[in-house]
Design a protein around this ligand. Sequence first.
Ligand code: BGC
Length: 726
Amino acid sequence: MKKQMHSEPAHPWQDKRLTPDERARLVVTAMTEDEKFAWLSAPIAVPIPGRPPIPDGALGSAAFYPPIERLGIPGIQQSDASLGVVNPGGVREGDEATALPSSLLLGATFDTETARETGALLGRQARAQGFAVLLAGGANLVREATGGRNFEYVGEDPLLTGRLVGASVAAIQAEGVVSTVKHFSLNAQETGRVMADSRIEEAAHRESDLLAFQIAIEEGRPGSVMPGYNLVNGHYAGENAHLINGVLKGEWQFEGWVMSDWGATHSTEKAALAGLDVQSGADFDAEHYFGEPLRAAVREGRVPPERIDDMVHRQLRTLFRLGVIDNPPTPGGPIDLAAGRRIAQRAAERGLVLLKNEADTLPAAQGLDHILVIGRHADAGVLAGGGSSAVTPKGSLVEPSGFDRVWSDRVHHPSSPLEAIRAEAGAGRVDFLDGTDHDAAVAAAEGADLVVILAEEWRAEGLDLPGVGLPDGQEDLIEKVAAANPRTVVVIESGGAVSVPWASKVPAVIAAFYPGIGGAEAIAGVLFGRVNPSGRLPVTFPAHVGQLPRPEQWDPATTTSNPNQERIGEIFEVPYDIEGSDVGYRWFAREEHTPHYPFGWGLSYTTFAFSGLTVTADGADVRVRGVVTNTGTREGAAVPQVYVGRACQDGADFVPRLAAFDRVHLEAGQSRSVELCLEPRVLARWDDVDGAFHIAGGDYEVRIGAHALDEDGPTQTIKLATSLLH
Ligand code: BGC
């Protein structure tokens, strides 16, 4: 019999029987100081004219950390982001990835399954392109309707955001790629984002943005977390000891590493001692803080050497846990763009929101004689947001942004609404106008059987919008065309909530957000009924800007919005205690503002009913049961939403909050029993004295709402006992 050969691993850490923690410790023990410091900071790894070339081995992306060949540790390549694997400026020739719908559209699906499907796609494509770390996982709450990056976030509610980001992160990481939850925390506006000091009381923060991060981190177990550019209560997020060491690494026991945003590090020992592990995009900072200054701080005893080991250990432990070191990603893997497009389209089909549908205008009949499509780029493609998350597939329409403060172009993904409508409309004539000439649009609209206007609103990183209306005279265009033809349907491609003062003039409106590479096909599917719309608004559409907590805008000319730019003016405070934890619909409910369309709103081509509501409570374990029925004539997805409010008792009252949601697919006439567990922290208030969420004993109203402000759904009052949640 042949003797079994056992080859000894070349390095002790290669023994897979050891835990990730033990393996990481062995590597750290073997590392030299230079090897450790090579993993503590890096410049952006995209070639920039006038800068030193990117290092050998870097693929061309947000960051590259070199291999430690002596120890058999692979190099780590990092890439943006949540909407697809970014190829900045096309530096990686031939590398193409799927452009997913915006995160807001994902939010509109109210569907963790879609988050998992798109997350898995992201992870697979990142790995196939050689990336071990994706900077994907935007978990900020949409606090400002005008925010330039709202399309990168899931919505205004902490439970919806936490659950969907958590599901996406878990799915990315199941593919053996680290995901990065960002931008921790309160990075809610772009104007002056590197100078803005987000001010909020602890309790309000815990019940809102921090709750979104907490749930996302519990459910997704991300390998890394990225603090934002902004300050939080007087300290830059990247050197905020309370947030990083206190909340994240302390209370939440986060075991991964904390990397700064690119050019968002402002100190050496303050940042290192606050818990920042990596200075990313160090060439954008005033100093190379985590280079020589950090070495000096260690030599001089200002930063303990164990902190340096901890910074490296956290990275290695995570990379072992997710299999990156045993099985490093290598570029050149297969990418199935056709399959990716199908996944992107399916996600868009689940997230498009039918806002209005008077007299069953939609779905439009097939075989209409004459359809007119109007829209600036409705022949070419669907709009995408700008900035570090932008994915630009081959065939995209790329135009300069027209803003010198924005470094990205204005991109339309190659998914043509005109062509998609032609494909679904049947035999009739489909004409196109770009709508810049209003008179021509009105004249052409007059005889048409159906007019579809694709309205556009572009947003980008570094640039907030001046207001919430559609720009470039589109409101006027819609009003004029609608006056000429009552069968005018508006599809809004936007990076967030917009005001729709013209909505009463048209019979049907669809919110498409930025719908990604299969977006036009999804839109046409909803227009002609192949798809039954099932999205629900993840953000409230205000009636006008005056309803917002901060209707006034900072003048972008008086402050600096981007890193690596000359500082203008002083650090300024943004008062988030105006709305506190009542972000979005909660603010509207508290102030008794009537928005145009509230959070959770969305119509279907069928109808649903919720019956047999029962609510039970066993301590903080509160469950809602009932039966959802499709009472209409075609299949569709219901989105039961459970809102819980507490009526004025002991000053512990609060307006209804989303405490659970589900998405249930039902054939016509079909019923299904559902059981939803309410998130206990949503029923609680943060108690500063106990340092914990606290459910006040008393009566709570539990309601199934068609949207956040729906007061007519089935309701039950339940008594909860006082409890502290740990
Ligand atoms: C963004 C991050 C991004 C990073 C790297 C920054 O400008 O705020 O979200 O991950 O750049 O590209």
